[in-house]
Design a protein around this ligand. Structure first.
Ligand code: UD1
Length: 439
């Protein structure tokens, strides 16, 4: 079901909503359960499509899973795990990239794994070369099959040393999930240190793993012979929190995001404040609001943690269309993450894309290549209604925000993509007083 939302915009969003566990963590923590010899319990799990995908993949591999969506609890028992049919993996994975992270745990548990040809959001090439190099170095053998890749471990995987060319989140998680049960020591240099990864390290530590993070982005993992289950409460979704904060700015509204945590959002909050947004941190969450008057323009460069996260960029761009003056965004994580601005331009925004590295302190990997990865936004420009097709998860949510800010009735199609990462977002729109119709 593709789903169309007709939105009557031009009204400030105001009210209170709650975010639960981070999409970019819970899927990985669920995969980690395959490493344990006992039952694992994950709490604060949101009901989103990505969670359903991992539940399906775990079930396909014989893991006993129970999901209580209201309580937000997932219980996983890997005792009966076995090899899944490639066709079942393909069916459950759909367009998701999650299967690649099952490789290490499955190689340890079953001696083999299958990765279907991968999908995910269309925001760049999204290669998997770091993942494959890591798995080969651990001792896995890879062969091509018609619908994907088959991996086998002829013997126990061995610890190894590797340096990442770029601090990839997924590749760092791949190494952690594989190294914990590999024989000997693994050292990973140039790794990512996003809060979701550190929460995964916490889960693995509970399971019995020995992982040290040095000051220079190096993880040192001492492999152990076995791991047990875990009980863990997921960290909140800092991307969803920032998305609703962007909605408050763009619509001139006032949104309290219960469950949001300041610690995960400190970089975002600095920029939110610099453009003129106000926030108030309480024990239960963060209130974000537009204090009236004009927003200020700004230059932002996306980066790996602790920088300004690439997934915060799109809703922030919508808010910047309402700021006075010229704002610049330099996207350094993905080469093609400005596709969503086409629709904003049709709605009246003035956004120009450039191949050069603009507004940042340094050249990035995309600077000498043919990618439009810098955006110049001049504002403020009133937005008007339009018919929009959602391109990807984060870009799609930003279209939703633009439609909510725009005068008139917009039609946003393909919104089921947003269900992948935003829990019950239409209920939240209700709570914030949005006017919309879902077809
Ligand atoms: C994760 C997040 C995504 C976020 C991104 C960066 C999940 C489910 N998704 O994606 O929301 O935007 O981190 O914070 O957690 N790369 C390679 N080779 C590889 C792997 C990655 O060149 O083998 C490159 C990518 O093309 C990209 C960059 O590294 O340019 C970052 O990608 P990565 O951090 O791996 O993103 P994901 O883990 O896929």
């Amino acid at each position: 079901m593709n789903g169309v939302l007709e939105i009557e915009g031009g009204r400030p969003l105001a009210g209170e909503i709650r975010v639960r566990g981070a999409k970019n963590f819970v899927s990985k923590a669920m995969v980690a359960s395959l490493l344990g010899e006992g039952i694992s319990v994950l709490r604060n799990v949101p009901t989103i499509r990505d969670v359903e995908i991992v539940l399906g993949l775990l079930r396909a591999h014989g893991v006993g899973v129970e999901h209580d969506p209201v309580a937000g609890t997932v219980t996983m028992n890997p005792t009966g795990a076995g090899v899944a049919k490639s066709a079942d993996i393909i069916t459950h994975a759909g367009a998701s990239r999650i299967p690649i992270l099952l490789c290490g745990p499955l190689l340890h548990r079953l001696g083999e794994a299958f990765i279907p040809d991968l999908g995910g959001c269309n925001i760049g090439g999204r290669p998997i070369d770091f993942h494959m190099e890591a798995l080969r170095r651990f001792g896995a053998e890879v062969s091509k099959e018609p619908d994907g890749l088959r991996l086998v471990a002829p013997k126990r995987l061995q610890g190894m040393q590797m340096e990442l060319e770029f601090p990839s989140v997924g590749a760092t998680e791949q190494l952690l999930l594989t190294a914990v049960l590999a024989e000997g020591i693994t050292e990973l240099r140039g790794a990512a240190v996003e809060p979701e990864i550190l929460d995964l390290v916490a889960v693995l530590q509970q399971m019995g793993a020995i992982i040290t993070l040095e000051t220079d982005r190096t993880y040192r993992i001492e492999g152990v012979d076995s791991l047990h289950g875990y009980h863990h409460y997921s960290l909140p979704d800092r991307i969803e929190a920032a998305s609703w904060a962007g909605a408050a700015l763009a619509t001139g509204g006032d949104i309290t995001v219960l469950g949001a945590r300041q610690l995960d959002l400190t970089t975002y909050l600095n920029y939110f404040r610099k453009v003129g947004g106000r926030f108030d941190v309480t024990d239960d969450g963060i209130r974000f609001w537009h204090a009236g008057g004009d927003l200020s323009s700004i230059a932002v460069e996306t980066a790996v943690h602790p920088g300004f996260m690439t997934d915060w960029q799109q809703p922030f761009v919508v808010a910047l269309t309402q700021a006075s003056g010229i704002s610049i965004i330099h996207e350094t994580v993905y080469e093609k993450r400005f596709g969503f601005t086409n629709a904003l331009r049709r709605m009246g925004a003035h956004i120009q894309l450039y191949r050069e590295c603009l507004g940042g302190q340094r050249l990035c990997r995309f600077g000498q290549r043919n990618y439009e990865h810098s955006a110049v936004i001049s504002g403020p420009t009133p937005l008007h209604a339009a018919d929009i097709e959602v391109p990807d998860l984060r870009g799609g949510f930003s279209h939703l925000i633009a439609a909510l800010a725009a005068e008139g009735r917009s039609s946003v199609s393909g919104i089921s993509l947003i269900d992948r990462g935003y829990e019950s977002f239409t209920d939240k729109l209700d709570a914030l007083g949005a006017r919309y119709w879902r077809h």
